[in-house]
Design a protein around this ligand. Structure first.
Ligand code: ZN
Length: 366
């Protein structure tokens, strides 16, 4: 009597165990890989490469500035729960290492910029522009009066020597030297390397979906390369010795890739405010070099460019996206943001007549 009743009982228990096991298994499969990125551009890349297998959280959100970001306790918690962490590297996120330490995260870490072509940063862009102007016309150096660390020889040394002297000069503590430009994603050929690095990180933590990650990365990289070609076409229409003014020195990689020159009153990071003397110097350079337009950055307030616009009479020709995507619209994606930048520059500059030689003759009779 106890035997027959025990059988169905055991059977149903087995079925129950099987159902629970299945339930857990399918739950585990449906659970997306938790990817945490330092800023919004990397988040978009990770979503493109990871597709349905990932859930991506960005520590620094849209339109927010990674340079001056203050991590919160919730950021440490997000890292602690992550399966994969992606950050730029090249000292872009100065706060990242400390945050990783405090979170206790021990998992896979992708340095997205790894393997991109390094771009040494040789000092504030407008100082070099001023020096080049000096070389061209042998004007006096009175506008350098604020920089006691400079001497007469330095102005006549080569660009490279100049950079080295800068790197060693303690007098320029407020500037950034001896570094590499971290904004590598602004060159789409580097962006393709970022995507490949993110793909490899995803495969390392979720090898089961390797084929999907490879296929999605291939498709995305193809799109990146097509956008790169399109931007080259657009910007080939802009005279290649055109210089424009932006908020900070974010465009070194863009300049190397696409040929337009950028000058700004602050260095690689937005954490420094330009001094009044720097602004006076920049306004002088704008006039000397016949700069056609100013552009403001999405993650930096408009005050500086408005002031420069008032002082110089130059238009603010548009908004460029550097270190953050927008909340919505085409610029809420990396490729849309890159295309937007190229279109805004093209629209603002394609018709700009570049008359530097003639202009120099006029303006240097002071
Ligand atoms: Zn920047």
């Amino acid at each position: 009597m106890p035997l027959p009743s025990a059988l169905p009982c055991t059977k149903s228990r087995l079925i129950a165990v099987a159902l629970v096991t299945l339930g857990f298994t399918s739950l585990a499969q449906a659970q997306p890989i938790q990817v945490v990125t330092s800023f919004s551009i990397l988040a978009d890349m990770a979503r493109n490469v990871g597709g349905e297998h990932v859930e991506v959280t960005s520590l620094v959100g849209p339109d927010s500035d990674s340079h001056v970001y203050m991590p919160s306790p919730s950021d440490a918690r997000a890292l602690a729960e992550a399966d994969l962490v992606v950050f730029n590297g090249l000292q872009f996120e100065g706060w990242m290492n400390r945050l990783l330490d405090s979170s206790g995260y021990q998992g896979e870490l992708v340095t997205a910029s790894e393997g991109t072509k390094p771009l040494p940063y040789s000092g504030l862009s407008m100082e070099h522009a001023a020096d080049h102007a000096d070389h061209a016309d042998h004007a006096d150096h009175q506008e350098h009066g604020g920089h006691a660390g400079h001497d007469e020889e330095e102005h006549h040394s080569s660009h490279e020597e100049h950079a080295e002297e800068h790197a060693e000069s303690e007098a320029h503590a407020g500037h950034e030297h001896g570094k590499f430009d971290p904004h590598a994603w602004l060159d789409l050929s580097a962006g393709a390397i970022y995507a490949a690095n993110i793909r490899d990180g995803l495969i390392a933590v979720d090898p089961e979906h390797e084929q999907d990650y490879r296929a999605q990365a291939d498709a995305y990289i193809k799109e990146i390369k097509a956008t790169d070609a399109h931007i080259h076409e657009l910007l080939d229409a802009v005279p290649h010795d055109t210089y424009v003014i932006v908020d900070h020195d974010a465009f070194g990689h863009f300049q190397r890739a696409y040929g337009i020159g950028f000058l700004s009153p602050v260095g690689l990071s937005t954490d420094a405010e330009p001094s009044a003397a720097d602004l006076v110097k920049l306004i002088e350079i704008i006039k000397q070099r016949n700069i056609p337009a100013l552009f403001q950055e999405n993650m930096v307030g408009p005050a500086l460019m408005q002031q420069l616009s008032e002082e110089t009479g130059l238009p603010i020709a548009g908004t460029l996206y550097t270190g953050a995507l927008s909340e919505s619209g085409p610029t809420s994606h990396y490729l849309g943001m890159m295309l937007h930048n190229a279109e805004v520059l093209h629209a603002g500059l394609a018709d700009a007549q570049h008359q530097e030689e003639g202009h120099q003759e006029e303006t240097h009779k002071h």
